[in-house]
Write a protein that binds this ligand. Structure first.
Ligand code: HEC
Ligand code: HEC
Length: 668
């Protein structure tokens, strides 16, 4: 019986007359002790949860990084492993992390694992100075995948892991210059991922092994917290993470296949990407659509990420498929494996936005060096030669790329730039084309544009991040691919439009007779979209507008964008298949096979120094990856502006003009 006493009732015990005595005294005493223990334990548990809740704020990464810091060190929800493991991978998993050529020669014997996978020194401050991390790796207290804050250090990736490179000449004394914001030259991201899966699968790898190796190499934390609660708690979380990661690697094998290992990591027939490239659209197909993507050969080199203002690049990516820098950053993080929940973490969402903002201002203003500043030892060109080169550029290149009137001036996207910000098609356009594209076929490798599912990805990605259910109060402008901007009318309701777009894909598949795909969209539309909708009732924090990601079957090709800091774009073309500008201009033969790794830079050829593989097509331990332009996705043909190689080869006048053009390109 529960009696409700008035608040002002006297605090006298309520005695119920005639109530039976329930138990002997000792039992009552025991019950009372048990009661107190229970109260004690629950109070403790309650206090611990309160402390955890309060401390959680302290484990959250900062959500106020400046643009450059966010780009360089900001977490993107791509936490991959405990910091202590990253610090001792060479010690605890040498067999998995050491590198070999496909024919079994050891590569980089004395280097740290991250150097062997092509990442550059210069990472953020780490818990132990003795155990640094490379540029582009960041330390947070976020659990991988969920991005839940915990009291243990994890390591994640930032934009700089891919978008930075060390430029060094062949001079052995040249330690090189790290350029933040340009595309990777040596980073071998896919090989690293496979090697890391192998490393964590080793049964001998336990929290105690990691912690002990860390203490020996990086120093022991003897603080009160670490030596009492910290260490066992850390061991517990590392064990949970190991269990989860191993289980995922196993279950993912049906979709991703087994990871490669040892010399296979440099075998171009096994991992086709190699240094400086990834297969981002295979990841999109796998992560967004949940399909295998094994036949996706859309290799992309990591491009330069600077000079991305919308005036410069109203559509980014090689095919011009994304119209908004923030959405571009979001897609980068999402396709690299960040979860929707992780991307909703306030620090992650902030970093995605701030890093994107940085790409818009990054350039001369933020200290990216001009060619002359980077290579002061290269003599300044003869003014007459430069002027010849300028004329050639304005005649042959400015129409698609625009130009920089002076090495220190802003890029000009107007003067003589008739086709800038249009797509040069894979196939010759027909007269009367509604887009008025350049009258050429680009001729470069088509896989980046023609892969399966390219047509459905824009809508699938858009609908993945549920928008607001509230109709717009007034018309609003949003970036878009076609004509670069779109007006959403008052009353436009993003959530509803996303649902309708999914229904449209369903309908389209059904009308084509693709009933299996139609059922896929039905499931995406109902259970999946509904779940996401309930998780973010007001919309996901990084939701974006319709038509910010695009695909137009009538306009397939590569986007004519400006090429500021042309010298920093080597190896050239979207698939990195042309090592030097001399080869891109057809002054030299384009190499059918060449060796890749941590290639040095040759300022005169304006590109990376490569050599041909030896007997049997093998590259040595110096540059272990054999790039073969005859493999699918690797074609180095096309973009023969102004002339084809056979037109140049026997013509000294054309060669002289191209030599001048090459020199002029140093100013761009
Ligand atoms: C896993 C490596 C990786 C990470 C991490 C990454 N990117 Fe990229 N990024 C790429 C690749 C590869 C492409 C080329 C995509 C294509 O094929 O068009 C790209 C394209 C871009 C472009 C388009 C450049 C152009 O010329 O159109 C920009 C801008 C960019 N990334 C910025 C960022 C920012 C900002 C971040 C961090 C939020 C980031 N990226 C994180 C690999 C990466
Ligand atoms: C008809 C338009 C067009 C003309 C003319 C043109 N280009 Fe390009 N250029 C492109 C397109 C499109 C791409 C991207 C192709 C690809 O990656 O497959 C490109 C790529 C490039 C790249 C590589 C960029 C990178 O990040 O790898 C350089 C450098 C370049 N062009 C320089 C030139 C020079 C120099 C000229 C003049 C001799 C020229 N282009 C003429 C359209 C053009």
């Amino acid at each position: 019986v529960i009696k409700c006493l008035p608040l002002d009732a006297p605090a006298t015990p309520v005695v119920v007359p005639g109530a039976p005595i329930l138990s002997p005294a000792w039992l009552q005493r025991a019950a009372s002790i048990a009661g107190w223990i229970f109260v004690g334990v629950s109070t403790l548990a309650f206090a611990v949860s309160l402390i955890w809740l309060a401390a959680e704020q302290g484990w959250q990464p900062r959500a106020d990084m400046g643009p450059q810091e966010a780009f360089r060190d900001g977490t993107l929800g791509l936490e991959i492993m405990p910091y202590k493991l990253a610090a001792v991978l060479d010690e605890v998993a040498p067999k998995a992390m050491q590198r070999f050529t496909p024919d079994g020669h050891r590569v980089g014997a004395k280097k740290a694992w991250w150097q062997n996978f092509g990442f550059n020194a210069g990472g953020p401050k780490t818990p132990s100075d003795k155990c640094p991390l490379p540029l582009g790796f960041t330390v947070t207290k976020l659990l991988p995948v969920s991005a839940e804050p915990v009291p243990v250090d994890f390591v994640g990736l930032s934009c700089a892991a891919c978008h930075s490179a060390r430029l060094r000449t062949t001079d052995p004394k040249d330690k090189g210059t790290v350029v933040l914001g340009t595309g990777a030259i040596s980073a071998d991201v896919i090989a690293f991922t496979d090697a890391f899966k192998q490393a964590t699968a080793q049964a001998s790898l336990t929290p105690a092994v990691i912690q002990d190796a860390y203490d020996r190499k990086c120093g022991t934390d003897t603080g009160l917290w670490a030596s009492t609660i910290g260490r066992p708690l850390e061991a517990f979380l590392i064990q949970k993470w190991l269990d989860g990661f191993r289980a995922t690697t196993r279950s993912d094998a049906s979709k991703y296949d087994l990871p490669f290992h040892g010399g296979e990591l440099y075998d171009p027939n096994k991992i086709g990407a190699g240094p400086s490239r990834t297969r981002p659209f295979r990841s999109v197909v796998r992560n967004e659509l949940d399909f295998p993507g094994a036949k996706n050969f859309a290799y992309s080199k990591v491009p330069a990420a600077f000079e991305q203002s919308r005036a410069m690049r109203p559509r980014s990516q090689f095919d011009g498929s994304v119209a908004n820098p923030t959405t571009r950053s979001l897609i980068a993080a999402y396709t690299s494996g960040a979860s929707l929940a992780g991307l909703a973490n306030p620090a992650v969402a902030h970093n995605v936005r701030a890093a994107a903002a940085y790409t818009e201002v990054m350039g001369l203003a933020t200290g990216i060096k001009t060619f002359a500043e980077m290579f002061p030892a290269v003599p300044a060109p003869d003014p007459a030669l430069l002027s010849l080169g300028r004329d050639s550029y304005m005649r042959n290149c400015a129409s698609c790329h625009g130009h920089r009137p002076d090495p220190k001036a802003a890029w000009d996207v107007k003067t003589d730039a008739k086709w800038i910000h249009k797509i040069t098609r894979l196939v010759m356009p027909q007269p009367g084309d509604k887009y008025d594209p350049p009258p050429y076929a680009i001729g470069t490798d088509p896989e980046r544009v023609l892969f399966r599912y390219a047509d459905i990805l824009p809508t699938a990605l858009w609908a993945r991040f549920p928008g607001s259910p509230i109709p717009l109060a007034a018309a609003e402008k949003t970036p878009a691919c076609a004509s670069f901007e779109k007006t959403l009318p008052a009353g436009y309701t993003m959530r509803k439009e996303q649902q309708d777009a999914l229904a449209g894909l369903d309908e389209r598949a059904r009308s084509k007779g693709d009933f299996v795909q139609a059922n896929y969209w039905t499931a995406r539309r109902e259970p999946e979209f509904e779940t996401a909708r309930r998780m973010w009732p007001a919309g996901h924090p990084l939701t974006f507008g319709p038509s910010e990601i695009c695909y137009d079957v009538d306009d397939l090709g590569y986007f004519n964008n400006p090429i500021p800091f042309a010298y920093l774009r080597a190896p050239y073309l979207h698939n990195g298949s042309v090592p030097t500008m001399r080869q891109l201009l057809n002054l030299d033969d384009r190499m059918k096979t060449f060796c890749r790794g941590d290639n040095a830079y040759d300022p005169l050829a304006m590109g990376i120094v490569t050599h041909a593989p030896g007997a049997g097509g093998q590259c040595g331990a110096d540059l272990p990856f054999a790039f073969d332009a005859s493999l699918i996705g690797n074609s180095n043909a096309g973009h023969d502006y102004p002339w084809h190689r056979d037109e140049v080869a026997g013509d000294p006048a054309k060669q002289a003009e191209l030599e001048a053009l090459l020199v002029y390109l140093r100013t761009q």
